[in-house]
Structures are given as C-alpha cells and as structure tokens.
Write a protein that binds this ligand. Structure first.
Ligand code: A3D
Length: 320
C-alpha cells in the first residue's frame, strides 16, 4: 500500500517542525507548500538529509504550486502570519482571512478528500473561514488548539504535583484565546479530579487558579520570550497527534475546534470541544455536562468566537 501523503500548507516555523515530526514518525510522504520561494524546498531537502541518520522512510518535497498537494490525505494549514509581542491573536484576522481564501481554494481543487487541520490564528474564526472557502465536509475540517492548550495545562500541573505528565489528563474547552475554559473538574491525576487533589492538600485553590491563568496566557508567555514569533514545537506536536489519530483510525478522544451542531445548544459553529478523531475525521463531538459557572465561561468564549466570525463576514462579502 502506498504511503499516505501529508501536505503542509505554510512552511514557516510550525510547518518545518511538522515536516520533521511527520518524517521521523513515518506518518507518510510530506509536501511542504509556501508562497515564499525556496523556503519549502530548502526545509524539505534539509529534513530529507536527516533521514539517513534518523533512519526514516519518507520522501520530502517543497513546492510553490498547489498542484504538488494533489491527492493529499491530510493537509495541515499554518499559512499566514504569527503574533509579535503586544499583538493579540485577533489582530491577525484581516491578513490571515485573505490567506485562508487562497488556501481553501487550493485544497478544494487539489485535495478535496483530505482531513484538514487548521492552525492559523485567530484559530476558531480561521477554521470556520477555511471550511467555508474550501467547501469540504464539516467533519473533515477542524482546528488544532485544545490539544495544545490541554498539553500546556498538563505540563504546569505535572510540575506543581511532581508527577509524570503521562498521568495528568486535562480538559480545555471553548475558543483558543483569552476566554478558553480549562475545566478543573474534568482534569485529573491518574483519575483523581483536581478539586479532590485540592481537598487532599496537594495544592491550594489559589495555586490552581494561577495555573489555570498561566494556561490561558500560555501562548503569550512564549511570544513574550521569543519576541520574533510564537510557539511552534508544541503546536506542531499537537497537530501531529491529531493527524496520526486520523491516519491510523485511532478513535482518539482529543479536544479540537470542531463544527458543533446541536451539542452544547449551539447552532452550527466552530469552537473547542472534546471529539473523537478516527478515519471518518471528526467522528463525534462529546457533549459533556457543564455546571453553572463552567457554562457561563463557555458562553463567554462562544460569544468571542461569534464576534470574530461576524468580523470575517464584514471583511469578505462571500462569507456573509
Ligand atoms: P511563520 O513561521 O511566519 O510561518 C507562516 C508561513 O506562512 C510563512 O512561511 C509564510 O511565507 C507562509 N504564508 C504566508 N501567506 C501564505 C499563503 N497565502 N499561502 C501559503 N503560505 C503562506 O508562522 P508560524 O509557523 O510560527 O505560525 C503559523 C500560524 O500558526 C500563525 O497564524 C500563528 O498565529 C498560528 N499559531 C497557532 C497556534 C494555535 O495553537 C492555534 C499556536 C501557535 C501558532
């Protein structure tokens, strides 16, 4: 059987890291696409030359023409611009919306059967726009955010408790932004929920609140340190986890920006929710019960996403 084909639209910091990870994990043959001439070709060649030492079997190709992504099984989209210090994700809306239009058309024409994972910010609005521009089925287009946000939460919790990150599970709902909703009740150490760990004296409510806030600010913390761009190692690893779940039909339960119709009382919009990812794409949206406070936080996050989608409609008439 031929190897799967993985198209990476955008060959910047995240795109290059995605290519490296996909090759090392032998998920398939990789095509890096970018409008910058030489960048995707250079990164593809550089990573291919790591193959003999690493010992992977995968081809890597760089391209500036969409025909190179023809027949891709997975497309991961990072095309656009990242944040600089002082910028919010929402400041990127106008410029990245135009990019989503060309990317959506390129995917529709060349890889209409692909599972598409959007990473470009502001995430929830961009994945919605990309779906609209591409016309692909909703279950085949999703956004990466929840896996990263919950990985950040898990990392901070493992430091706090002095336990392996492998034994910490975490749940983050809502839009990828300042209004994201880390859910303490559904986050655990080996099955013990965080509120119980507070009662057991493993941490205090104040310290837990500070970790939740650090998770919300996780992206900005890295932008502030790097000064020239935003995070890329963990975002790429998170998207690869999602791509692998699709390619290997793993039925992983992963939070991502998915199209929600009916669940959570929503009438057709993209927002971060727990899902099952398998060969069918987003096979299921898991509709968990929220208490009053959690619902209020989720509603606020949903409203923020709706505001960005309306802003997109105001910029591009074809979306209205
Ligand atoms: P960067 O290293 O600048 O790479 C972006 C690439 O996109 C560059 O190589 C550009 O040449 C290319 N590009 C620009 N316009 C087009 C176009 N029309 N078609 C094809 N390629 C184009 O950025 P990055 O890789 O660090 O980040 C990429 C995106 O991911 C940004 O929007 C970030 O804000 C976003 N991001 C999202 C998360 C999430 O958790 C959702 C995390 C980190 C970054």
């Amino acid at each position: 059987m031929a190897r799967p084909k993985i198209a990476l639209i955008g060959a910047g910091q995240i795109g290059g890291t995605l290519a490296h990870l996909a090759a090392i994990k032998e998920l398939g043959d990789v095509v890096l696409f970018d409008i910058a001439e030489g960048t995707p070709q250079g990164k593809a060649l550089d990573i291919a030359e790591s193959g003999p030492s690493e010992g992977f079997d995968a081809t890597l190709e760089g391209a500036n023409d969409y025909s190179a992504i023809a027949g891709a099984d997975v497309c991961i989209v990072t095309a656009g611009v990242p944040r600089k210090p002082g910028m919010s994700r929402d400041d990127l809306l106008g410029i990245n919306l135009k990019v989503m239009k060309s990317v959506g058309e390129g995917i529709a024409k060349n890889a209409p059967d692909a599972f598409v994972i959007c990473i470009t910010n502001p995430l929830d609005a961009m994945v919605w726009a990309l779906r609209e521009f591409s016309g692909l089925p909703h279950e085949k287009v999703c956004g990466m955010a929840g896996v990263l946000d919950s990985a950040r939460f898990r990392h901070f919790l493992s430091l706090e408790f002095g336990v392996s990150m492998k034994d910490v599970t975490a749940f983050v709902l809502g839009g990828h932004g300042d209004t994201m909703v880390p859910l303490a009740r559904y986050s655990t150490v080996a099955g013990i929920p965080l509120p119980d760990l507070v009662s057991m004296g493993w941490t205090s409510q104040e310290r837990l609140d500070a970790i939740v806030q650090r998770t919300r600010d996780g992206g900005a913390e890295i932008v502030g340190l790097l000064k020239t761009g935003s995070a890329y190692y963990a975002p790429a690893t998170s998207a690869i986890e999602m791509a692998e779940a699709y390619l290997k039909d793993q039925k992983r339960v992963l939070p991502c920006a998915a199209y929600v119709e009916g669940a959570y009382g929503l009438k057709g919009m993209y927002v971060g929710v727990p899902t099952v990812i398998g060969a069918g794409g987003i096979e299921k949206v898991i509709d968990i019960k929220l208490d009053k406070d959690e619902q209020a936080m989720f509603d606020k996050s949903v409203d923020a996403v709706k505001g960005l989608v309306e802003a997109c409609k105001g910029i591009d008439e074809s979306l209205a």
